[in-house]
Design a protein around this ligand. Structure first.
Ligand code: MOS
Length: 865
């Protein structure tokens, strides 16, 4: 049987066992079509079948027979909407982009046939693209791209390059992600996971002796949650691999389990980690290793940090005893949030004579190569890790994850390349999450309305893992009034958390920033004015002043609101650390008469390719960009993308490389100036005679601040903190309990911005993720077994285009002049206060203070009744 795909006849299978998406990708090599959810919810796999959009992940391949199919490759990069997506930066990681542009091409064509060049509004665009999800949250750019394409602005090629250097690769489906890199003959690996919450595994056996099987159990042969990896098997096709996995026999010796925090804390509860060794080996969801703490049953902690702690506690106790109205003492909770990058965890591993090649979706190409070499005892130069494009990560693609372990060991057994790719259910169960929290905060103001004492106690609910930093993040807010913060963890037989975008930050702000708002209310003071008094951070102070002058703040409703729909505006502040990687290196080499930037960092969608290209071009005064090759561990060391440190590490190293290249070229041709723009013709000439010339730049030191510490994790903590202030406007439907965020202002202070559009996109995306955290995202589990129930994108709801506010981003660019390049990271600080601002907006609209996330309609109705 045959179909026409992008105009050419191709064979199609005659059985429904293969999906259209799998056939297009693995059978025909058309890897532009992505599979993210596998259940027709996210739209990443959208193709046109006889001109109509269809979810190819649900469509059996045999149904394509006799049909005409267009994939993203078939649009050829020529459709106006593809140019518009690139020009308006309607993308970040790019994994959802092919699906979006395929669907949008049909919408744009149809709209224009009916409406000419009159563009659609936000609601019409949101409706048209309601079947698509972008986890990075690039919706602002998508709105403007679709409107501009409808207005006919992209019928011809724009005269400017897109703001993101890899945008064209992403809108055409040419960008290769790790799952796209399976060479012919690649086997599929499938992970066998525990169906019980707590058991010792007596034995694991494949049904037949020829099936390669690798053991994934820990040394104590014990599983501690439903979904924990036990083993992995491989077979030449995905279907046979799944069958082999189902046929694996696991002999469980069941043990008692605790799946709820309350039962885990009860006296005599079964212990999740019983021995000192088990406790020390508990996985951590913190970004840095957790300092040692004592355990009491299933409770770890407290990890206490104080600043005049006894004074704080004495003052708070006295205020409580006397009923002081300027004591705000409240408890807040948050739900587990899942990273859910649209590209799942995936690894293609291949052992060959020369060593081990890995295509892995990772946040750290260099770091992973180091760790793989160590674990499998190989020379570092015999390991090659490639991640040309990474389809989102948000903290979860850390180190040697299960997919990587399984793929590497299975490839060795199978004697073939093996791909292990998490299903969405695996991704939503056992790829990490931001743990739920319960946080008690107490603030006391003195007679002058100054902060007199603060305490924050937070309990993390990270399943088998520990590492709460929620309370600790509050230590660094609002000056130096006496305070005590304590972090605890309660462990249960549920899957482990992982660091997620600003670990500890959003739950800290959800509690602290609402308590501050409450204090403003008690003092009868404007919430921004109170923060301006309490907060000594000069960058955030500039943002409060700026925020107070926005139309959104000045025009906010005042006085009691009545009627079904009530509008309100809330504010929240954020902080984050300035981190960097001292080992960052960038090579600049002359190849084919042009400059090429090469380093082993990786682009998760944040735009580091663009930063590298722009930095080198700026530094040498070149009009265009410079070619960038990243994502290959064979290059010089690149910083891992953790803790908002990629740009402030790689940017300065790129600038240093550019300076070294200038000096080298000047040595060959004195017409190259010592500083300032290099004349284009001079450059061309000198490059043409400098083939192979190469320099390596490094991360130069800050002007003042700490010396580079010799950290094994390539982690430097710099001076000064980044800050943010968010304003959120909501409309609360008091009848149905629905909260609709309508407008957001995001003020970000992270120093100089390297690449304005990609930075703004990241901050817009942080608002989208914060809105998801505030309103919808909630991992649910079976209270008896701890099994994750919300393991697809229907039950775990990510925000779509219709759910998000119109967002304006403002950058305050001062305050990091001591940092080479003048700027620090913003991926995390932009995410901390979003949900808190939304909570304060709901209070402003309704007079009801929300305490528990997410703000489901049932909670809102109950609360405002
Ligand atoms: Mo980390 S949550 O990967 O910045």
């Amino acid at each position: 049987m045959e179909a026409h795909v992008n105009g050419s006849p191709v064979p199609v299978p005659d059985s429904p066992a293969t999906s259209a998406a799998a056939h297009l990708r693995d059978g025909l090599g058309l890897t532009g079509t992505k599979v993210a959810c596998g259940t027709g919810v996210c739209g990443a796999c959208t193709v046109l079948v006889d001109g109509s959009p269809a979810a190819s992940c649900l469509l059996p391949a045999d149904r394509l027979a006799g049909r005409s199919v267009t994939t993203v490759e078939g649009l050829g990069g020529e459709h106006p909407v593809q140019r518009a997506f690139a020009a308006h930066d309607g993308l970040q990681c790019g994994y959802c982009t092919p699906g979006f542009v395929v669907e949008a091409s049909v919408f744009v064509d149809g709209w224009r046939a009916e409406h000419g060049d009159t563009p659609p509004g936000r609601e019409e665009i949101a409706d048209a693209l309601a079947g698509h999800l972008c986890r990075c949250g690039a919706y602002e750019g998508i709105f403007s791209a679709v409107a501009a394409a409808c207005a006919g602005e992209f019928d011809t090629l724009p005269d400017r390059d897109p703001p993101r250097v890899d945008a064209v690769d992403k809108v055409t489906g040419r960008a290769r992600y790790s799952a796209d890199q399976a060479p012919p003959g690649t086997w599929e690996g499938v992970v066998v996971r525990s169906v019980h919450p707590h058991a010792r595994i007596r034995s694991v056996r494949a049904a037949d002796a020829d099936t390669p099987l690798v053991d994934l159990l820990p040394a104590d042969r014990t599983v501690r949650y439903v979904g924990q990896p036990i083993a992995a098997v491989a077979a030449p096709t995905p279907g046979r691999a799944r069958a082999a996995a189902e046929a694996v026999a696991v002999d469980y010796d069941l043990r008692p389990a605790v799946a709820e925090v309350a039962t885990a804390r009860a006296p005599g509860a079964p212990l999740v980690h019983a021995t000192t060794d088990e406790r020390a080996g508990a996985p951590s969801y913190g970004e840095a290793p957790s300092p040692p703490a004592r355990w009491d049953g299933n409770v770890r902690g407290p990890g206490t940090v104080t600043w005049r702690g006894p004074t704080a506690v004495r003052r708070l106790r006295a205020a409580a005893a006397s009923g002081n109205p300027l004591l705000v003492a409240q408890e807040y909770t948050t739900a587990a949030q899942l990273h859910s990058p649209l590209e799942p965890h995936v690894c293609v591993a291949h052992w060959h004579g020369g060593g081990l090649d890995l295509f892995a979706s990772t946040q750290s190409v260099s770091g992973l190569a180091d760790r793989v070499a160590e674990r499998w005892e190989l020379d570092r130069d015999r390991v090659r890790v490639v991640a040309e494009h990474v389809g989102g990560a948000f903290g979860a693609k850390n180190g040697i994850s299960t997919d990587i372990r399984a793929a590497v060991d299975l490839s060795r057994l199978a004697g073939a390349p093996v791909r292990v790719s998490f299903t969405r259910a695996e991704e939503l169960t056992d790829a990490g999450h931001r743990p739920g929290t319960r946080t008690r905060v107490a603030l006391l103001a003195d007679g002058d309305g100054d902060l007199a004492a603060m305490s924050v106690d937070s309990y993390g609910d990270g399943g088998v893992s520990v590492g709460s930093t929620t309370a600790t993040m509050a230590l660094l807010m609002y000056g130096r009034a006496p305070r005590r913060v304590r972090d605890y963890d309660v462990v249960t037989h549920r899957p482990p958390g992982m660091p997620m975008r600003a670990p500890g930050g959003p739950p800290m702000a959800w509690a602290l920033e609402q308590a501050v708002d409450e204090m403003a209310c008690r003092l009868g003071e404007d919430p921004l004015a109170l923060r301006l008094r309490w907060d000594g951070n000069p960058k955030r102070r500039a943002l409060y002043e700026r925020a107070a002058r926005t139309a959104l703040w000045r025009g906010r409703p005042r006085g009691p609101r009545t009627g079904r729909f009530r509008r309100g505006v809330g504010a929240a502040a954020s902080n984050w650390l300035y981190l960097f990687g001292p080992r960052a290196r960038v090579e600049l080499v002359v190849e084919g008469g042009e400059l090429v930037v090469r380093t082993a960092t990786q682009d998760l969608g944040t735009g580091i390719r663009t930063v590298l290209s722009g930095t080198v071009a700026d530094r040498l005064g070149l009009p265009g960009g410079v070619r960038v090759e990243i994502g290959d561990s064979g290059a010089v060391f690149g910083t891992g993308s953790y803790g908002s440190r990629t740009t402030p590490s790689m940017g300065p190293a790129a600038a240093d490389a550019a300076d070294r290249m200038r000096a080298a070229l000047r040595g060959r041709d004195p017409r190259v100036p010592e500083r300032g723009p290099v004349d284009e013709h001079v450059l061309k000439e000198v490059l043409s005679t400098s083939e192979g010339l190469s320099v390596v730049g490094g991360r130069v030191r800050d002007r003042w601040g700490p010396p580079f510490p010799d950290t094994p994790d390539d982690l430097g903590v710099g001076r000064g903190m980044s800050g943010a202030v968010h304003l959120m406007e909501v409309e609360v439907d008091t009848l149905l309990g629905r909260v609709r965020p309508t407008r957001c202002w995001a003020g970000i202070a992270a120093g100089r911005i390297y690449s304005e559009r990609t930075a703004r996109n990241q901050c817009e995306g942080a608002v989208v993720q914060g809105v998801g955290y505030a309103l919808f995202e909630e991992r649910r589990h079976d209270p008896r077994t701890g099994a994750v129930l919300s393991d697809d994108l229907e039950d775990y709801r990510l925000p779509g285009m219709g759910d998000v506010p119109e967002t304006e981003v403002y950058f305050h660019q001062e305050g990091f002049e001591h940092v080479p390049g003048g700027g620090v990271g913003l991926g995390e600080v932009s995410a901390v206060g979003v949900a808190a601002a939304l909570g304060n907006a709901v209070f402003d609209a309704t007079g009801w203070r929300p305490r528990d996330l997410p703000l489901r309609p049932d909670r809102v109705i109950e609360g405002i009744r």
